[in-house]
Design a protein around this ligand. Sequence first.
Ligand SMILES: Cc1ncc(COP(=O)(O)O)c(C=O)c1O
Length: 450
Amino acid sequence: MKETKILLPEKEIPKKWYNIMADMPNLPQPPLHPGTKQPVGPDDLSVIFPMSLIEQEMSQERWIDIPEEVLEIYSLWRPSPLYRAHRLEKLLNTPAKIYYKYEGVSPTGSHKPNTSIPQAYYNKKAGIKKIATETGAGQWGSSIALAGSLFGLDVTVYMVKVSYNQKPYRRIMMETWGARVHASPSQVTQVGKKALEADPDNPGSLGLGISEAVEDAATHDDTNYSLGSVLNHVCLHQTVIGLEAKKQLEIAGDYPDIVIGCCGGGSNLAGIAFPFIQDKINGKKVRVIAAEPSSCPTLTKGEFRYDFGDVAGLTPFLMMYTLGHDFMPPGIHAGGLRYHADSPLVCQLYHDGLIEARAYHQLTCFEAAMQFSRSESIIPAPETSHAIRAVIDEALLCKEEGKEKTILFNLSGHGYLDLQAYADYMGGKLHDYEYPEEKIKEALSKLPVF
Ligand SMILES: Cc1ncc(COP(=O)(O)O)c(C=O)c1O
């Protein structure tokens, strides 16, 4: 019988995270203080982050120990399974071998708890009582709500309004784990009030949610801010995915020619790909592809320059491919990919040619997700469908060229709480958004010049 699942025993959960900063040919430019435009130091960040996470943010150590308490919680769902997609391969009639790592087995259904758990752990250890954060589709918000309940932290989530209305079940998950959820923009913060005054119908965005959560954390001594993607320490925590996948592929006797991940803020792609990019830097032949939405095409259409991480300009300047921090992406169903920029680590690696990027419209992604669901059975999250589109395109190219390549991707989450998106797709109610060139031009024109 052909093997479908490659499983690792619990004792094989990685004991260290992999820090790509130890191996990158060029480190990202440092974050800059919005006032002085000088590199920020640990003290600047300590207003909203615990020192242990700030150290990880800046560390160039290759391997960083995962605390025992975090490993214990990881063992609830890690190691996650690696699947060989025999049925999708057959459907496509491709000579390519397709593998997927399935992060939907976590308690919240996505890769996000890989970082929410350590973030809550370090905040608790630093004596913090409350966490404020933003969420798009609710995958991150539910993950930090879960982590807060495990470590006894109070959690407030600013949830992008369009997703708050589209996805009530994730809000209920967050509340079940004890978190407080506000539709963002909200009346709770100054930033939110201002946004609503300017436009009462503002649908919200991740960048605006970040502004609300940062304001909340910066104005309350017992509250810290927690981010579900973008930052170096978040990418670091997600590397457990790629480290496990490497061991699992070794068991299968394979090594990927192509590694694919969807890219919102970049931590999912970082998680599956950074351990393989380490090999690439050391001479191995492997391609890495970031799949992003055409309606929010940060890597493929953004400019590589300093920008704020949020709409209101409360965060440091980060060196990123950006569409402009006040660019408001259209309300696509892949809410977790509606971010105006990307992780500085992913951006630098893209800039240096170690990562490729593709942008896809949502209809073609849903078409790929339907093919996947009807062959492999799991219904993927709309975010993940972008990676699946890229995988299917690559597998079809293998068929055309008669090449037997090995493709690995991260199935970053399931879509069982996103079924309205599938209903809308099947009901013909979804449409593609044109590339919002004028809006992006306008948002970019407002950026400071250094
Ligand atoms: C299922 C899923 N996959 C991928 C992403 C994108 O994640 P990242 O910001 O790490 O790129 C998200 C973000 O919310 C998500 O929910």
